[in-house]
Design a protein around this ligand. Sequence first.
Ligand code: SF4
Length: 271
Amino acid sequence: MVRKINRTSIEWCDYSFNPVTGCKNGCIYCYALEIYKRFGWSFEPQFHEERLNEPTKLQIPAKIFMGSVTDHYAPWIPIEWTKQCLTVAEANPRHLFFTLTKFPENLAKFQFPHNVWVGISIDRQSRVNGLKYLKQITAVRFVSFEPLLENVEVDLYGIDWIIIGGCTGRYRFTPPKKWVNSLIKKARRWGIAVFLKDNLGYPEVIQEWPEGPPCYHDEHDQPCSDYCPSTYQSCTTRDPDTCEIAQEIEREQLDPNEQSEPGERTLLAGC
Ligand code: SF4
């Protein structure tokens, strides 16, 4: 069976791209680890070379989370694996890729194509020090405060986007609003876009994107559509499953004989 790239219900992206799976970091709240255990799959780091062409086969310009079930920059992941994934991203400029790590000290070992946004995960105060490495990277830079497990004091200057979320699943935790408000206030000071995950149960919907992301369609002389990563926010449904434009393009452009493996729709973010 030919494998197709997985849709995801992570709110800030459309698909997950996982040629690398598994992680040794052992975060207690790791959804990826939980799901892998449930299905009896190994969570040892592995490279699935056959998945590398998934973004190339996806004709719809999309927002793709690269590495939702691993940490590409962890010391146990061979640099070559991550470089191969970044090469795929560079070869597919119609897509916007997101990559996220808890090992920001290793980011400097990589060159990031312009269509890759680079983020670090900060769940606790002790990870704030990693921002100094992120700020050295030339890319759209973001911080994922998910799950936000502590009130975090942080200087967000130089960051383009923050995501804030709680913890769902077995270790369900909703951070107090005063922690969330404190981060929003810090972001507002520097004009940083804020994206609040639904799992916060926040009274307002705040789901912003950094201003002026490049339009990747332009490089191919194609007109923008509602499904362009740069205009996606204006899509009325924001859901690839129900967006008629997306479904129409997909029907026309994807081989109808290709199918995803059953039960592999990714509902989680590991890192
Ligand atoms: S949350 Fe990220 S760093 Fe932690 S175990 Fe899962 S994949 Fe690894």
